[in-house]
Write a protein that binds this ligand. Structure first.
Ligand SMILES: NC(=O)c1ccc[n+]([C@@H]2O[C@H](COP(=O)([O-])OP(=O)(O)OC[C@H]3O[C@@H](n4cnc5c(N)ncnc54)[C@H](OP(=O)(O)O)[C@@H]3O)[C@@H](O)[C@H]2O)c1
Length: 313
């Protein structure tokens, strides 16, 4: 398949591109962060520029589009809500419209869209959310992501809307919570771990294969695409420390109220995955195998490899 992945310099997009380029023809877009890969085609483009999406589709002729590009930093969204709305809502709306349009062109076959959304569409007051539960986004990031879900579903009802939470190795080496724990604990630094924030993170690399399976099955609509195992961020840090042989005692369990973060964080973002598990015919991965793969990637030099992709030569 020809797969267009937007946001290929980001945490999710880069891991998806590297994971899928062995079996598919992958095109990955970047904007401000250069990326040099021999394994997939890198296209530098500001997706908000006039005509950018149309040229990108003309150039890549994708069968599948996995839309990861976003303003995913909560504090940046609070600081610039207009940009957050452009990137997180209007861009996916136009992408969905374009995918639908390409499918009307019988000579082209057309593109199917996976739009990446977030567990943060919920307020986290209750937890254990199903797809049909009422979202209640707490900040600009979450609101613009929820509005994107509505916009995408309206523009292209055959799109997949995957609400994810994830960890993985990133190009900058600091994008994911797993890297936060790994970097600090490796350096012997004490850190806080929120004991009252619950999430269900999947390994970005595993998400690649789950999304492909969803596309192959022809799914559409909203799916909770998260781990079958939910835990606190503190517990996550401890489990990671144990797997890497690091000192879990350096992690101090802390309440999010004491964390000093400016953008609101939802406390219990445990999501139910029965809908997707039934469609896939298997449960979503739990944390242990995901951490095992994360550790194996580390042993194989994967963090250095992807950090090197940001450097020329
Ligand atoms: N990270 C998480 O824990 C998490 C949790 C839940 C959901 N999600 C969702 O997962 C998706 C991916 O998140 P992520 O963490 O991988 O994001 P990320 O690391 O912040 O990467 C964002 C990507 O968007 C690209 N981008 C931003 N503005 C652009 C523009 N104007 N034109 C083209 N590209 C642009 C960036 O390109 P440059 O850097 O090259 O400018 C980068 O590749 C997002 O939809 C996010 O909402 C993430």
């Amino acid at each position: 398949m020809r797969i267009l992945i937007t946001g290929a310099s980001g945490l999710l997009g880069l891991n998806l591109a590297l994971e899928l380029c062995g079996e598919h023809t992958v095109f990955g877009t970047v904007n401000q962060h250069p990326l040099h890969s021999k394994e997939f085609s890198v296209i530098q483009v500001d997706l908000l520029a006039s005509g950018a999406l149309e040229s990108l589709f003309e150039q890549t002729k994708p069968d599948w589009v996995i839309h990861c590009a976003a303003l995913a930093n909560l504090e940046a969204c609070e600081a610039d809500p207009a940009l957050a709305s452009q990137l997180n809502t209007e861009l996916p709306r136009r992408l969905a419209q374009l995918c639908k349009k390409t499918r009307r062109d019988v000579t082209r076959g057309g593109a199917r869209l996976v739009h990446i959304s977030t567990d943060a569409v919920f307020d986290g007051a209750r937890g254990n959310y199903r797809e049909a539960d009422e979202p209640n986004p707490l900040g600009v990031y979450a609101r613009t992501k929820l509005e994107a879900e509505w916009a995408v579903a309206e523009a292209d009802s055959s799109a997949i809307i995957a609400r994810v939470n994830l960890f993985g190795w990133s190009m900058g080496g600091r994008r994911s919570l797993a890297e936060f724990f790994f970097n600090n604990l490796s350096a012997g630094r004490q850190v806080m771990g929120f004991s009252d924030v619950i999430f269900c993170p999947l390994l970005a690399n595993d998400i690649a294969h789950i999304l492909v399976h969803m596309l192959e099955l022809g799914l559409s609509g909203v799916y909770h695409t998260v781990s079958g195992e939910c835990l606190s961020k503190y517990e996550f840090g401890v489990r990671l420390a144990q797997r890497f042989g690091l000192d879990a005692g350096l992690i101090t369990p802390t309440s999010v109220q004491q964390g000093g973060l400016s953008a609101a964080r939802a406390p219990d973002l445990s999501l139910r995955t029965e809908k997707l598990a039934a469609a896939l015919g298997q449960p979503l991965p739990s944390l242990s195998p995901a951490l095992e793969r994360f550790y194996t990637l580390y042993q194989q030099g994967y963090p250095q490899k992807i950090q090197g992709l940001g450097e020329k030569g």
